[in-house]
Ligand binder design. Structure first.
Ligand code: SF4
Length: 331
C-alpha cells in the first residue's frame, strides 16, 4: 500500500519506526495531528467516503496497553502495533461509527509493546498464548512496517508463551526463513472464493491463502485454519461444500495433519449496514430479515436453525474430507 497522505503525531518521529516510515512515504503529504484517536477532518467525513479514507495512513503512539482475557484460542487479546485495515471486508468488526476505524493506524512504540508482552509471558506460571492480531491484519501491516518479522524474531527469544494471529493475506514469504523458535502460531482465515470476491474486498484469493498456509506449515510454524466468518449467501450450501473440497484438494498432507479449525458465523450490525449501503452501494446486502435475528443493541446474527444447518454441513465436510481435523470451537 502506498498511501495518499499520512496523518501523524509529531512525537512518533522520534521513534526508529516513525523515522523509517517518514523516509518510505516522503512522496505524500504529512499532516500533523494531536491524537490518532481524533482526527477532526476525517471524523467529519460521510459514510460515502469510507472506502477512500482507507487510502490514508495514521501514525501514532499506542497509549492503551490493556490486555483483555480471552477463552478461545488465546489467553489474552493484546493491543499491538496497528489497528484498522486498508482492506474492506463488509462485515469487519473493526468497522465502527465516525469512521475512526476505517483507516490503518500504525503505532511506532513497538519496543514498549513487545517488552510488556515478553515480561508478562516470562512472569506466568505456564505458557500463555497472546492474540496479537485482533485489531488489524498483521501480515498486511508487515508489508508496510516489517513489524511482524521483527516481532516473531524477538519473541523467539522468550522462554515461555506463544503469539498467535489470524490473517486473510498471502504475503508470508518474509516470514518463512525466520528463526521463530516454535513460539508463533499462524492462523489462516478462509472463505469460499465467491464470498471473498463479493464480500472481502482487497484481501488475497482463496487459492493463495491455502498456499500460504502450506508454506508456513513447511516452515515449521504451528498452523490453524479459521472458517470465518461463515456468510450465508443464497447458495451457501454449494459454496461451503466447494470450500471444503478445495481445502481437501489443496492443503498439503502435512498441513492437514497439523491443523486445528475454528468456525465463526458472521454477525452484522446496524452500523455496518449504514456504512456499507452508502460506501459500497453495489455490494451484496448481507443483512437478511428472514435469516437473521437481533442480538444485542443494533446487532444481528443468523437464526439458530439456520446456523445449526451451517454447522452440520461444515462438521460433516471436515470429518469426511479433511481427515477429521480438530474443530476447536464453533460460534
Ligand atoms: Fe477487517 Fe481483516 Fe478484512 Fe482487514 S482483512 S477489513 S481486518 S476482516
Amino acid at each position: 500500500m502506498y498511501p495518499e497522505g499520512v496523518y501523524y503525531e509529531p512525537e512518533a518521529l522520534s521513534y526508529e519506526l516513525g523515522k523509517q516510515l517518514q523516509e518510505k512515504f516522503r512522496g505524500v503529504p504529512w499532516i500533523p495531528i494531536d491524537s490518532h484517536n481524533n482526527i477532526a477532518e476525517l471524523r467529519g467525513s460521510s459514510n460515502k467516503e469510507f472506502g477512500n479514507m482507507k487510502r490514508y495512513l495514521i501514525i501514532g503512539i499506542r497509549k492503551t496497553h490493556k490486555y483483555v482475557e480471552n477463552h478461545k484460542i488465546s489467553d489474552f487479546l493484546v493491543p499491538y502495533t496497528s489497528s484498522g485495515c486498508s482492506a474492506a471486508c463488509l462485515y469487519c468488526y473493526l468497522v465502527c461509527n465516525y469512521n475512526k476505524c476505517s483507516y490503518l493506524r500504525l503505532f511506532v512504540n513497538r519496543e514498549q509493546m513487545l517488552g510488556k508482552l515478553m515480561k508478562t509471558a516470562a512472569g506466568a506460571d505456564r505458557d500463555l498464548t497472546f492474540e496479537i492480531g485482533s485489531n488489524s491484519d498483521l501480515v498486511l501491516e508487515n508489508t508496510i512496517t516489517g513489524n511482524l518479522v521483527w516481532t516473531i524474531e524477538n519473541f523467539a527469544k522468550s522462554e515461555k508463551g506463544f503469539l498467535t494471529f489470524p490473517t486473510k493475506f498471502d504475503m508470508v514469504d518474509p516470514l518463512l526463513n525466520l528463526d521463530h523458535g516454535g513460539r508463533t502460531i499462524f492462523r489462516m482465515s478462509v472463505n469460499p472464493q465467491e464470498v471473498i470476491s463479493r464480500v472481502e474486498f482487497g484481501t488475497s484469493p482463496l487459492k493463495n491463502r491455502i498456499q500460504a498456509l502450506n508454506k508456513m506449515c513447511d516452515a515449521g510454524y504451528r498452523v490453524g485454519l479459521l472458517i470465518a466468518p461463515v456468510v450465508l449467501l443464497d447458495d451457501w450450501q454449494k459454496l461451503y461444500t466447494q470450500l471444503i473440497d478445495q481445502l481437501a484438494e489443496e492443503l498439503s498432507p502435512k498441513a492437514k495433519k497439523a491443523l486445528t479449525i475454528e468456525i465463526i458465523f458472521m454477525t452484522y450490525s446496524y452500523v455496518h449496514r449504514a456504512i456499507n449501503n452508502e460506501a459500497f452501494p453495489n455490494a451484496v446486502e448481507l443483512y437478511s430479515a428472514s435469516q437473521m435475528t437481533v442480538r444485542g443493541r443494533g446487532k444481528y446474527c443468523y437464526r439458530s436453525e439456520l446456523r445449526a444447518q451451517g454447522e452440520e454441513l461444515l462438521r460433516a465436510g471436515i470429518s469426511q474430507k479433511l481427515g477429521g481435523c480438530p474443530i476447536l470451537y464453533v460460534v
